[in-house]
Design a protein around this ligand. Sequence first.
Ligand code: ZN
Length: 252
Amino acid sequence: MNARFLEKFGFFWIFIDKSEKTQKFGVSMSSSTQPKISRDLIEQLVREQVYAAMKQPAPRLAPNKLLVNISARHCHLTQEAVEALFGPGYQLKPMKDLYQHGQYAAKETVTLIGPRSRVISNLRILGPCRNLNQVELAYTDSIALGFDIPVKMSGDIAGTPGGMLMGPHGYFEMKEGIIRAQPHVHMHPDDASYYGVKHLDTMKLKVHGALGMTFDNLVVRVDPSFKLEVHIDTDEGNACGLKPDTFCELIQ
Ligand SMILES: [Zn+2]
């Protein structure tokens, strides 16, 4: 134990046994102390100390942690559509903030009526209002409704199927705008620089875990307002068995 490297950071310890051919490190949490700092910070401190102990430069780290989220079916509406569905002057009420800055799930939902009079009720509206009306469904939803919907990037709705929305005040007919969203990743320019990609490039998303799956056509969307986050739909999330702790990585 004479070559042991031991250092204490408040409530956790870093331990490297240099007598082993392969260096190991571990973190032990004091059971009597509640964690006060984030797991990310612990990992960063451990990493820095390990590389310092090995006298090696730390690898270049991603500026932000990758988050992969499943988007359940939802719609984006114009203020005009909101007023047709909920009444003149109606304003959406935010219910839950989303990860992307300024975006929220509204309290309000609508009913979507498909071409064979089949319906999806409780279709969540995401706010704030946009300048186009768009419904994003998983493929399973579209089969249930009797649609054949195309895979499109958000906003690219020309020529896509339409449908009827019903709210407590009235109906709103969408001439087009029902899509299956292309799997995509939101990136801040710092993230795009780290991964060496630009707006509308494609990357691969490798999802690890029991099923293990790679999405080959993940479209990159870069904007200074974006935070690093992948969006896939419920069909895709179920197919790859995505759970909150599933390890995922972006690869070229
Ligand atoms: Zn998105």
